[in-house]
Design a protein around this ligand. Structure first.
Ligand code: MG
Length: 341
């Protein structure tokens, strides 16, 4: 019996453009890449660690040292392994995601099935948005040209210039917009006024308008807004859904928050039961985690899986929305290959 050999290494994702959101700006994203080798097959996983979250390369690596996969064989039940790992310690969501993603890749390779078939999810091409961070007018217009292949634009807002920025975009394109406020709005009456004006400007949804703890103003805005109000920072895992269900119209699910594919899938099912809309999002990530999310993409109302396009040192060939479209491929597991470096 050959056991799984688990290994990992820190990696720094380099961003094509400095990425600015309402409370933070950066040019790199720390990351940890995971490999699981079993009988000549390798499962790949990844933990992406934007610095505004608590996890670091150090915390991920220290979590990974606790993992014992010595009893794994090709009969092992994936969900029991994942719940064992989840119970090792609270938090560590991205670290847990890296293991979940690598296990899905490996089990898919053992079963010779792409992940979407393991879950019996329909295969369908979906359109993803392209994300534009906070920037100068000139840079925003440049980035819009780069996003020419995309049908949706996602903009980072949450400053005093939100209205001006939407108007700037409207001088260049009338494409539908997802507006991500990243907790930046403070006043609910002003927020409602902006929401109404955005609606008239073909903004389709608002993500995380107020601080994640501000349940009261969010519920007030959601009850009055002409467009859906989506929870991002306010929702990490499955257990959060029942707490926020009355304050938002939907949720943004990201593998790095949800601890991976398995729980993201359960969140989609639960969101539907609660009549919540579903957006599938990402961090800046390589094509490993983006391809993982792509297997779930046909279940979402809106897809924002462009994190691998925003970096210039991807390590994998996989799903890449260079033409604004996402579709999982049919290779076993995640459907990715590591690029030789
Ligand atoms: Mg967001």
């Amino acid at each position: 019996m050959s056991n799984i050999k688990l290994s990992w290494y820190p990696y720094t994702l380099k961003l094509k453009h400095p990425f600015t959101i309402s409370n933070n700006s950066r040019t790199t994203t720390p990351d940890v890449l995971v490999e699981m080798e079993y009988e000549g097959m390798i499962g790949y996983g990844e933990a992406s660690l934007p610095p505004y979250l608590k996890e670091t390369q150090k915390s991920v690596q220290s979590f990974l040292t606790q993992i014992d996969l010595s009893s794994f064989d090709d009969k092992t039940d994936l969900s029991s392994v994942l719940s064992g790992i989840d119970n090792l310690s609270p938090g560590n969501n991205a670290a847990k995601a890296s293991i979940d993603i690598a296990l899905h890749d490996l089990v898919g390779k053992i079963k010779q099935l792409p992940v979407y078939k393991m879950y019996e999810i329909p295969k369908r091409e979906v359109l993803t948005s392209c994300t534009i961070g906070i920037d100068s007018t000139e840079m925003i217009l440049n980035k819009l040209k780069e996003a020419d292949n995309f049908s949706y634009i996602k903009v980072k807002l949450g400053t005093d210039d939100d209205r001006k920025l939407i108007n700037t975009i409207r001088t260049e394109t009338d494409k539908p917009i997802f507006a991500d406020i990243n907790q930046g709005w403070k006043n609910r009456e002003e927020a409602l006024e902006l929401t109404q004006s955005f609606h008239e400007n073909n903004v389709l949804l608002i993500e995380q308008p107020f601080r994640k703890s501000n349940y009261k103003d969010t519920a007030w805005l959601t009850a009055r807004s002409p467009i859906p109000i989506i929870a991002d920072e306010a929702v990490q895992r499955l257990s959060d859904l029942d707490n926020i269900k009355d304050a938002y119209s939907g949720i943004n699910i990201k593998l790095m928050k949800s601890t991976g594919i398995s729980e993201a899938y359960k969140m989609i099912i639960r969101a539907r039961q609660l009549n919540l809309k579903v957006m599938l999002g990402c961090m800046t990530e390589t094509s490993c985690a983006i391809s993982a999310a792509a297997h779930l993409s046909s279940l979402a109302d809106w897809v924002d899986l462009d994190g691998n396009i925003l970096i210039n040192n991807d390590l994998f060939n996989g799903v890449k929305a260079t033409r604004g479209k996402i579709i999982p491929n049919d290779l076993p597991g995640l459907g990715i290959n590591k690029i030789a470096v």
